[in-house]
Design a protein around this ligand. Structure first.
Ligand code: KG4
Ligand code: ZN
Length: 330
């Protein structure tokens, strides 16, 4: 069965055709990132206006690239939340119109769960149950995945999301937006042991907190830039020390979750999972603990509609359906 996936939860507009929840036939992603850069973060109004302008063309290209027509589509799977409300409404309205006009079933799926599913598009032999860590610009959560409709939350961030912390630290260092890739690049030239940053503890062991470390970086930068601007080397050291502390806490809690749930499979998804240092350190730590760590390819870490189509297929097969009253949740 061919599923048309539609993703518009943040600044991307993406449409994809996926066969049987596994095979990506096309996956077109259009980002409005360049229009947000000057504001240092995603401006919801700009994002939804761009999505309104591009969604038709993105859908046409995804269908054209797949060599399929709407009459071949057995399901439209669309992100219904969490995300920016205006952006979600563009995808939802478009999906509903297509379903109504062509008499195709509709299903709304959870954006965070679709990041988990990205791993199943890549590793076709991946088995359940497993522990999943989703680290993105809006979410940082640990899940126990028994099945695609049985996802238990084990822990989540109490304040900033992990990607958001990368973005805010990059802003403090005047590096631009999005912060993750720039921090990663500078961290390669820095000393991760130079400054002792650490993430705050949490009452529940599998929760996360990143606002403390972000503030610690802010004060460190203020203290060290009173007389003159930060040197390039110190900027790299701050980036490396911050990145290392964040990665260490993500690893420690993910491995603890695997031990508590007695599983030896750990999957990671979301934009921050594109970070090479994170991937390398996760692999090493997981191996030491007899756990296999799995990451999607980088293009599937970031927001895309293939993961939405894939998850939609699995849930549709379990009998889930949405109606035209489907609405967005932030
Ligand atoms: O999953 P995603 O594309 O969108 C959301 O659902 O939020 O994630 C975007 C986030 C941004 O905060 C960005 O800074 C972060 O992922 N990110 C990274 C890297 N690439 C993107 N963080 C750390 N290292 C990276 N290489
Ligand atoms: Zn996302």
């Amino acid at each position: 069965m061919f599923v048309l996936g539609i993703e518009t939860s943040c600044d991307e507009t993406s449409c994809s055709v996926v066969k049987d929840g596994k095979e990506i036939i096309s996956n077109v992603v259009s980002s409005s990132l360049k229009f947000h850069k000057q504001y240092g973060g995603v401006v919801p109004e700009i994002a939804s206006r761009m999505q309104l302008e591009t969604i038709s063309a993105v859908c046409d290209s995804a269908l054209k690239e797949s060599g399929r027509d709407l009459k071949d589509i057995g399901l439209v799977s669309v992100t219904s939340g969490p995300g920016l409300l205006g952006s979600l409404l563009v995808g939802l309205s478009f999906a509903k119109s297509v379903c109504q006009a062509k008499n195709i079933p509709l299903l709304g799926v959870n954006h965070v769960y679709s990041h988990i599913y990205a791993n199943f598009l890549h590793d076709k032999k991946l088995r359940l149950p497993l522990v999943a860590l989703v680290v993105s610009g809006g979410h940082t959560s640990l899940f126990f995945v028994k099945d695609f409709d049985k996802i238990e939350i084990l822990g989540e961030t109490l304040d900033d999301a992990c990607g958001e912390a990368f973005d805010k630290v990059a802003k403090v260092l005047k590096l631009g937006y999005p912060g993750g890739p720039i921090i990663e690049k500078l961290a390669k030239k820095g000393d991760p042991k130079k400054i002792k940053f650490s993430c705050s503890g949490t009452k529940r062991p599998l929760d996360f907190s990143f606002s403390g470390i972000k503030t610690a970086v802010l004060y460190y930068v203020k203290r060290n830039s009173r007389q003159s601007a930060l040197s390039y080397q110190l900027t790299c050291d701050i980036a490396a020390s911050f990145q290392e502390a964040v990665i260490d806490v993500l690893i420690q809690k993910s491995i603890l979750a695997c031990k508590l749930k007695k599983v030896n499979r750990l999957i990671v998804g979301g934009g921050v999972a594109a970070n090479n240092r994170l991937r390398q350190k996760f692999e090493e730590a997981a191996e030491e603990n007899g756990i296999s760590s799995i990451f999607p390819p980088k293009e599937l870490c970031l927001d895309n509609a293939a993961m939405v189509a894939g998850l939609g297929y699995r849930l549709f097969k379990k009998g889930l359906r949405s109606d035209l009253y489907l609405t967005g949740s932030v």
